[in-house]
Design a protein around this ligand. Structure first.
Ligand SMILES: *[C@@H]1O[C@H](CO)[C@@H](O)[C@H](O)[C@H]1NC(C)=O
Ligand SMILES: *[C@@H]1O[C@H](CO)[C@@H](O)[C@H](O)[C@H]1NC(C)=O
Ligand SMILES: *[C@@H]1O[C@H](CO)[C@@H](O)[C@H](O)[C@H]1NC(C)=O
Ligand SMILES: *[C@@H]1O[C@H](CO)[C@@H](O)[C@H](O)[C@H]1NC(C)=O
Ligand SMILES: *[C@@H]1O[C@H](CO)[C@@H](O)[C@H](O)[C@H]1NC(C)=O
Ligand SMILES: *[C@@H]1O[C@H](CO)[C@@H](O)[C@H](O)[C@H]1NC(C)=O
Ligand SMILES: *[C@@H]1O[C@H](CO)[C@@H](O)[C@H](O)[C@H]1NC(C)=O
Ligand SMILES: *[C@@H]1O[C@H](CO)[C@@H](O)[C@H](O)[C@H]1NC(C)=O
Ligand SMILES: *[C@@H]1O[C@H](CO)[C@@H](O)[C@H](O)[C@H]1NC(C)=O
Ligand SMILES: *[C@@H]1O[C@H](CO)[C@@H](O)[C@H](O)[C@H]1NC(C)=O
Ligand SMILES: *[C@@H]1O[C@H](CO)[C@@H](O)[C@H](O)[C@H]1NC(C)=O
Ligand SMILES: *[C@@H]1O[C@H](CO)[C@@H](O)[C@H](O)[C@H]1NC(C)=O
Length: 669
């Protein structure tokens, strides 16, 4: 509880320090210093060094700060998205090809299928949804891992080596970032040995004051270089402190950048891991609620950019810049000062924070809560100031400022304002994989959204993406290759949100989408989006259950083969006319058959843990049909009782619960 006060105080103080001339928080810079002193004095558990404001200026970790280097002379600063993926990306995949080919051959032959004539390009897409989505997305990923005995026994372990991309959004970006930064460690080991899930994400209950101190000094150091800073920076450092390897946490050096992963993670050097892609959405000046046609940006090991830019109904082909230098001030497509390029802006923690700014909003909603607690009131004061400054965003220097060589609707912007891409209601990061430039064959979409009343997915994300793709095609002539999917009413009433489904089986010009919804095989894996601490045993149980959302608990004999058919279909250039009999039989069963339902259905879908999904049972696909959750009764009881306070200690939790459930939970998924 006290540590919570401490963090809020530090946020307040740091926000009060000028953040560079063009920072949008200039009103905060004018805060009454008297007021800040008072705030600090009230947080009586802080060490002396922190209660004396001048002491903020010395010591503390600053490794998160971007730093100047001479600009490289011979690089391409901006390239049009027309060129497809970068040379670096295709070089990496070329290096990974032998691993992929071997895995494909291995997995196909295990199912008695022949190897496709070319290498398939497979992408995983991990949805948002806070820690729930991170834990479940990692569990589903483990379902593809050869190192997992359970997955290998179920016949699905081994596919990860055939995967080219791992995309993440919001909570899914924490999974992707953490998995890659930890060298592809088996997720169940990651939970036990690396992720500090039982220490609250925002308010660590170990009361480590060095955490806040280093957090403040790092953010201040970034502001000192002239960069706008925001709650996102604190949020990012907190995330990094839980998800990244120990050497890159606050007490050591919180400075692993996205671009530096390549040189620091041996498994990336050998191309033994998929390419991580993290996405965010752009909010243009004055725009409050993001329309579903807003701009999606992506960050990869090499680049930052977007395939299609522009506001609302006027999109044009996008562009990319090398991610390593994205802090650099640029004009007309070149650094403004060739002696002053910045490195270190693309901190992996900041990128994950950028992808999940909705959690800033979770804090900000506290400002609207009615309470009689002076403690909450006091935090509200701070938050409402920050909120007025529109501080729930991450600002990136606009590398395309005043750049006119390409059609550029962004040329007048000094900064690009990034927010959680979940705000576009496309909670699964499909977009990077349906652009024509990337030629993805198969997208495995892990849906851990909380769409329904009880926080289960209902396919809403795919439906929004599909409609957006149609619109892009019609209005802007931008081809986005998204297969048709049913409406959410169709998803729910046809039970498509309870079991894997293949979309795009009849098309040849879109990727195949293998949809994997969160289902309570052995645990109620529908924990609240706002639950920001888990005891490790519960997290493990939830992760194990999520492995089973992918392996189907090893109870469906034809699943490994049908999965292999869907993974490889495009690489065979199959159509319904020439597909192998075995695969056609699979597709007859597992593909969406094109039927939709347009009558409204209730959103109180309430699956019972331990019960075989109805569709698998009805179609005789499971060799172990469970019709009641008895075998997991005890687990069930503990799953429900293990429910932890949301975000922080009791009073904050209650306040936030009140605010979030009514308000932003509807957008958070
Ligand atoms: C750019 O120049 C640096 C040194 O000046 C060199 O190491 C690097 O290989 C060059 N890169 C390209 C793409 O030519
Ligand atoms: C990206 O590719 C260029 C040449 O195309 C090369 O000079 C550069 O080192 C590569 N960058 C990374 C991070 O591998
Ligand atoms: C970039 O330029 C603006 C002025 O246009 C300046 O305010 C800002 O501090 C500069 N940022 C950096 C990181 O140099
Ligand atoms: C991070 O900071 C440490 C200590 O200052 C330094 O040794 C290391 O090179 C930095 N790493 C990166 C990736 O910048
Ligand atoms: C696209 O944006 C415009 C302007 O905000 C909005 O009127 C329209 O409804 C949006 N379209 C969709 C499909 O969201
Ligand atoms: C605050 O206190 C007043 C008077 O004591 C009471 O009527 C009101 O219900 C309280 N409000 C809340 C939100 O607890
Ligand atoms: C659309 O954007 C382009 C530049 O990207 C601009 O030239 C054009 O005027 C815009 N059209 C409308 C209708 O706003
Ligand atoms: C999880 O789902 C079950 C039903 O499937 C429901 O009873 C429970 O309330 C849900 N939990 C949350 C946090 O929504
Ligand atoms: C598709 O499946 C649904 C039930 O799953 C069924 O009602 C419908 O008739 C089927 N449609 C076609 C075209 O086979
Ligand atoms: C795909 O083709 C089959 C066979 O022609 C048909 O039964 C099915 O409805 C089609 N599916 C979709 C999604 O159109
Ligand atoms: C599906 O989820 C969306 C939000 O993600 C919600 O608006 C809609 O009502 C839900 N529909 C059903 C049928 O569950
Ligand atoms: C899942 O697998 C476990 C262990 O094999 C088994 O006890 C349980 O009945 C299975 N549950 C379902 C729903 O298949």
């Amino acid at each position: 509880m006290h540590t919570a006060i401490a963090l809020a105080a530090l946020v307040a103080v740091a926000q009060a320090i000028p953040h560079g001339p063009s920072s949008p928080q200039s009103d905060l810079a004018k805060r009454d210093p008297q007021q800040d002193t008072e705030l600090i004095e009230r947080s009586d558990d802080l060490p002396d060094v922190i209660t004396k404001s001048e002491s903020f200026l010395v010591g503390g970790n600053t490794d998160y700060r971007p730093y100047t280097v001479p600009c490289p002379q011979n690089i391409t600063w901006i390239r049009s998205a027309i060129g497809g993926v970068s040379q670096n990306e295709s070089d990496y995949l070329a290096k990974r090809k032998p691993t992929i080919d071997k895995a494909v051959q291995n997995m196909m032959s295990k199912s008695g299928l022949s190897t496709p004539p070319r290498t398939p390009v497979i992408a995983l897409a991990l949805s948002g949804g806070g820690y729930r989505a991170m834990i479940n997305g990692l569990g589903m990923t483990q379902g593809l891992m050869e190192e997992s005995l359970e997955s290998t026994n179920a016949g699905t372990g081994g596919w990860l080596d055939a995967v080219s991309y791992m995309g993440g959004l919001s909570g899914g970006s924490w999974a992707t970032g953490s998995f890659i930064a930890n060298g592809g460690m088996l997720p169940t080991d990651l939970v036990q040995n690396v992720l500090d899930l039982d220490s609250n994400l925002i308010f660590p209950d170990d009361g480590k004051t060095s955490f806040y101190y280093n957090m403040l000094s790092n953010v201040r150091a970034k502001a000192g270089e002239g960069f706008p800073t925001a709650i996102t920076d604190y949020w990012a450092l907190a995330l990094g402190n839980h998800l990244l390897p120990k050497q890159w946490r606050l007490d050591t050096s919180p400075n692993i950048t996205f671009s530096a992963l390549l040189n620091n993670i041996p498994q990336l050097q050998n191309a033994q891991l998929p390419v991580p892609i993290i996405i965010a959405a752009e909010r243009e000046p004055g725009e409050k609620n993001l329309p579903s046609n807003s701009t999606v940006w992506e960050l990869t090991l090499w680049e930052y950019g977007s395939w299609a830019v522009g506001q609302n109904n006027n999109k044009t082909i996008g562009f990319f810049t090398p991610i390593e230098y994205i802090g650099t001030n640029m004009t007309g497509g070149k650094p403004t000062d060739m002696n002053k390029c910045y490195k270190g802006f693309d901190q992996l923690s900041f990128v994950m924070g950028t992808s999940s700014t909705l959690f800033n909003a979770a804090l900000l909603t506290l400002a609207q809560v009615e309470t009689n607690s002076s403690f909450v009131d006091w935090i509200k004061d701070i938050l409402s100031d920050i909120s007025q400054a529109n501080n729930d965003v991450a600002e990136y220097v606009n590398f395309a400022a005043d750049y006119t060589q390409l059609a550029n609707p962004l040329s007048n912007l000094k900064y690009l304002t990034m927010v959680d891409a979940g705000e576009t209601n496309q909670n699964i990061p499909i977009e990077p994989f349906i652009v024509s430039g990337r030629r993805v064959d198969t997208i495995v979409a892990f849906d851990n959204s909380a769409d329904t009343r009880y926080s289960w997915p209902n396919g809403s994300s795919l439906w929004v993406t599909y409609n957006r793709a149609l619109k892009f095609q019609q209005d802007f002539g931008i081809t986005i290759k998204m297969p048709k999917v049913p409406s959410t009413d169709g998803f729910v009433s046809l039970g498509l949100n309870q079991r894997p489904v293949f979309f795009g089986c009849n098309s040849t010009d879109t990727p195949m989408v293998i949809y994997i919804p969160n289902y309570p095989w052995t645990w109620y894996s529908n924990s609240s989006t706002m639950q920001l601490e888990y005891d490790t045993p519960s997290a493990l149980k939830q992760m194990e259950s999520s492995i089973r959302s992918f392996t189907l608990n090893g109870t469906v004999p034809e699943w490994p083969k049908c999965l292999a058919c869907a993974m490889s279909d495009r690489a065979f250039a199959y159509t319904a006319a020439n597909r192998s009999q075995e695969c056609q039989a699979c597709f007859n069963t597992w593909c969406w058959n094109g039927t939709d339902v347009d009558t409204a259905v209730a959103n109180d879908y309430e699956p019972v843990m331990g019960v075989t999904p109805t569709w698998l049972a009805q179609n005789g696909l499971s060799n172990n049909v469970q019709t009641s959750g008895v075998s997991f009764e005890s687990a069930s009881a503990s799953a429900l009782s293990a429910a932890k306070p949301l975000i922080g200690g009791a009073s904050i939790a209650a306040a936030i619960a009140a605010a979030t459930f009514g308000g932003i939970m509807t957008v958070l998924h």
